[in-house]
Design a protein around this ligand. Sequence first.
Ligand code: SAH
Length: 357
Amino acid sequence: MTVLEEKICKLIAAVGPISVADYMSIVLSDPDHGYYTTRTAIGLEGDFITAPEISQMFGELIGIWCVAAYEALGRPPRLSLVELGPGRGTLMADLLRAGRVDPGFIRAAEVHLVEISPELRRRQAAGLTGLASPIWHDRIDDLPDGPLIVVANEFFDALPIRQFVRSERGWRERVVGLDDNGNLAFGLGAAAPDPALLPAGAAEAPLGAVAEINRPAEAIVGTLAHRLAQHGGAALIFDYGHVKSGFGETLQAVRAHHYADPLREPGECDLTAHVDFDRLAAAATAEGASVLGPTTQGDFLLAMGLTERAGALGAGRNAEEQANIVAAVERLAGPDEMGTLFKAMAVTHPPLALPGF
Ligand code: SAH
């Protein structure tokens, strides 16, 4: 049993079963033993690999997008360039390098990173040496006022979801409790949940249907959209998920590039859930911001010039390097890889016509 598992079992023994969201939140961000707080799991040698770690082209094209947003915003003299959950800092480094095409953008941009992991903050500082002097924050509420450009890749999927199951007794919240042997086990809460937490069509959903809701993700997008509406700016969000709300279970654990059991060895595996872009878009428009997309990551990157960028990057390289670049294009944009499952969505104020959508 991991130390974190013991801690969770003791908590449940004391207070009773906890929601999936509370479980996810402890597993990922417990200050002493949480998955993100204690390790740098991203990359080939870690548990999972992300788009910026596949190729520099991903961050570079996002850099070009940010410059386009800066132009569309009328070239403000100062702006906060914000990344949520920057991992190893690779995306921001590639973005800033590509952003040098417009020295005005680089001069105006003050880099802010929202990151809970002390270990990853150290990695980000190292990765950005010579490129930026970032300011770190635990939460987006601490960001300064003023225009902002925000990017987030695989950030929202790491926030805690609540799950609801259509049972014989009606909809019930899925909880994490203890089985007869004292091991972590899923169960159902006793009370009926607030119907506002369930998606449209919940009343007609079949037995066993699962609905998920990511309140922190919606709250963060709402806060961001509010700031954009007040101060002007644009946010670009990438994640795996669905364009329309619906039913289905997407909570998953990944360790060393393989799926694992979300209730086994908590703190040792990454836990994520698909992002419901429908609800994120609704949270943004409710605050008066405009939404572009969502579109697929593949379509976004191709519209941003992925093929041309790959051609330029490969020019003059040897056959092996060129094959690696072609493989990276396929992984980032191919329909069987990240191209279709991953989505891109932008939130802006004022409404802006931006490339990629
Ligand atoms: N964007 C990076 C990393 C994705 S992993 C990439 O594409 O490679 C998720 C990132 O979000 C990690 O940096 C993790 O430490 C951070 N994170 C997770 N939950 C967070 C929270 N509640 N607040 C701030 N950062 C968080």
